[in-house]
Design a protein around this ligand. Structure first.
Ligand code: HSE
Length: 430
C-alpha cells in the first residue's frame, strides 16, 4: 500500500478551492507518478460558511491554522492566505520550525522573508516550495533552479503581472477606460483582492526580487528598487505609442551591470514587433539571457486559479517524490549579498507627454528645458485642444541618463505653462 501524505490547505478562496478540486480529480494520476497518495486532511478558511462550488466533508474544516504545525500526522502545509505579515508569516515560520514541508503562493512573504525561511527549511530538513508565487502556471522557478543549472544568467526580464498586462492590452484593443478593464480583471479572478499592489508595480517587484535571487545565486535584494506602476498611463499614451510603432507594457527587468544588480519595474515603450509586445491579456512572459543557453523565453498564463493550481500541484509532487531541496537552488551558506547599481546612471531614450497651455512661446519654453538638461529631442508631435486652449506635446528623446530625466521632470513640472506632471515612459530596447 502506497504511503499517504497528509496535507493542510490554509486559505480557501478561488485558488484554494480550485487546487482542492484539481487534486481530487487527479489523485490516481498523482499517486502513479509519485508513488504516494495525497490526502487533504485539513482545510482552514476565514469563512467556513461561504457558498462554494464544491462540497467539503465537515471533518476537514480546522479552525486555528496556527495549531496545524503542532499536529504529528501532518506532512505538508499549503499556505494560500497571502500577505507578507500576519497569519501567513506566523504559519510558515512555525511550520518550518516544526518540520512540516511548506508550499506557498505568497510572493510578498517570499520576497521579504525568503532568505530567513530558506535557512529555517534547510536547518529543519524540510522543503519550502513556491513555484506558484511567480508567473502563475509558468514553471519558471524550478526551470532556473534545475533545468538551467548549467548557465550563468546575466539578465532576466519580462511581464510578471497578469492584471496590468490584461488592463493595458484590453485598453488598446477595446479603447475602454482603465477603470472598466480593471473591473473585468477582478471579475475574472486574477487581480489581487486589493489590486493596488498589481497596479503600483509592487506585485511585479516581489516576483522580480525572487527571480533575480535564484537567477544570480544571491540573497534577495533589500534594495530600494525603481518601481512605477501603470496608474498614470491613459488611453492617449497607448494610442500615441501605437502610432509611433510601440506598445506599452509593464516590464520587470533585473540584470547584472558592472558586477552590480539593477532591478526595475516600470511601464516601457517597446517596439511593436518585439516578442514581449505581443504578449497580451493575462499572459506573462519571461526572457532569460544566459550562457551557454542564449535567450530563452517562457510564456503562459500568469494568474488565476487554473495556472496557480498547476504550479501548486507541481510543488506538491516535487515534495512527495522526496529529496530535500535547497529552496533557492543552492545552500544559504553560498548565497551572498550583491551590490546595487546606481539607478541614476541607468540610461535609455524616453517618451514624454506634456500637457500645456496653448499660448505663444510655450513650445520654445519647453524645448529650452530639454536643452538645459542636455536632453536631445528625437521626435515631437503637438496636438492642440482648441476648445480648452490646451495642447499635448509628445516628445521622444535620444538616450539619456535617469539623473537628467529626474531633473528634466522637476523643471518641467515647475514651468508655468505646464498643467500637470508630465507622463514619462522609458523606451526599452529588446
Ligand atoms: N495578481 C497577480 C497578477 C496574480 O495579476 O499577475 C498572482 O500573482
Amino acid at each position: 500500500m502506497a504511503e499517504m501524505i497528509n496535507i493542510a490547505v490554509v486559505g480557501f478562496g478561488n485558488i484554494g478551492s480550485y487546487f482542492y478540486k484539481t487534486l481530487e480529480k487527479n489523485k490516481n494520476n498523482i499517486s502513479v507518478k509519485t508513488g504516494k497518495i495525497p490526502n487533504i486532511k485539513y482545510i482552514c478558511a476565514k469563512n467556513i460558511n461561504k457558498k462554494r462550488s464544491i462540497k467539503i466533508p465537515k471533518s476537514k474544516w480546522f479552525k486555528n491554522p496556527l495549531k496545524l504545525p503542532l499536529i504529528d500526522d501532518l506532512d505538508i502545509i499549503v499556505e494560500l492566505i497571502g500577505g507578507s505579515e500576519g497569519v501567513a508569516k506566523k504559519l510558515v515560520f512555525s511550520a518550518l520550525k516544526n518540520k512540516k514541508h511548506v508550499i506557498t503562493a505568497n510572493k510578498a512573504l517570499m520576497a521579504k522573508y525568503g532568505d530567513q525561511l530558506a535557512e529555517l527549511a534547510e536547518s529543519n530538513e524540510v522543503n519550502l516550495e513556491y513555484e506558484a508565487s511567480v508567473a502563475g502556471g509558468i514553471p519558471i522557478i524550478r526551470s532556473i533552479k534545475e533545468n538551467l543549472i548549467a548557465n550563468k544568467i546575466n539578465k532576466i526580464y519580462g511581464i510578471l503581472n497578469g492584471t496590468t498586462n490584461f488592463i493595458l492590452s484590453s485598453m488598446e484593443s477595446s479603447k475602454k477606460k482603465f477603470s472598466d478593464v480593471l473591473n473585468e480583471a477582478k471579475n475574472l479572478g486574477f487581480a489581487e483582492t486589493n489590486p493596488s499592489s498589481d497596479l503600483d508595480g509592487n506585485d511585479s517587484a516581489s516576483k522580480l526580487r525572487i527571480l533575480s535571487s535564484i537567477a544570480f545565486n544571491k540573497t534577495i535584494s533589500k534594495n530600494k528598487i525603481l518601481i512605477e506602476g501603470i496608474q498614470n498611463i491613459n488611453l492617449t499614451d497607448i494610442l500615441h505609442a501605437k502610432k509611433l510603432g510601440f506598445k506599452i507594457k509593464l516590464l520587470s527587468i533585473s540584470e547584472i551591470k558592472e558586477n552590480k544588480l539593477i532591478e526595475r519595474v516600470h511601464p516601457c515603450l517597446i517596439q511593436n514587433n518585439s516578442y514581449l509586445a505581443n504578449i497580451d491579456g493575462v499572459l506573462n512572459a519571461i526572457v532569460i539571457d544566459g550562457k551557454p543557453i542564449g535567450k530563452s523565453i517562457f510564456q503562459g498564463e500568469g494568474a488565476g486559479p487554473g495556472p496557480t493550481s498547476s504550479a501548486l500541484i507541481s510543488d506538491l509532487c516535487s515534495v512527495m517524490r522526496g529529496n530535500i531541496k535547497f529552496p533557492f537552488g543552492i545552500s544559504s551558506i553560498f548565497r551572498k549579498k550583491i551590490a546595487k547599481f546606481n539607478i541614476l546612471n541607468h540610461s535609455c531614450s524616453s517618451y514624454l507627454r506634456i500637457e500645456v497651455k496653448d499660448l505663444p512661446g510655450v513650445l520654445s519654453s519647453i524645448t529650452k528645458i530639454f536643452s538645459k538638461n542636455k536632453i536631445s529631442i528625437k521626435n515631437l508631435i503637438q496636438n492642440p485642444d482648441k476648445k480648452n486652449k490646451k495642447a499635448s506635446i509628445i516628445i521622444i528623446t535620444h538616450t539619456n541618463s535617469e539623473k537628467n530625466y529626474n531633473n528634466l521632470l522637476f523643471n518641467l513640472t515647475k514651468n508655468k505653462f505646464v498643467l500637470k506632471k508630465p507622463t514619462f515612459i522609458r523606451i526599452e530596447k529588446m
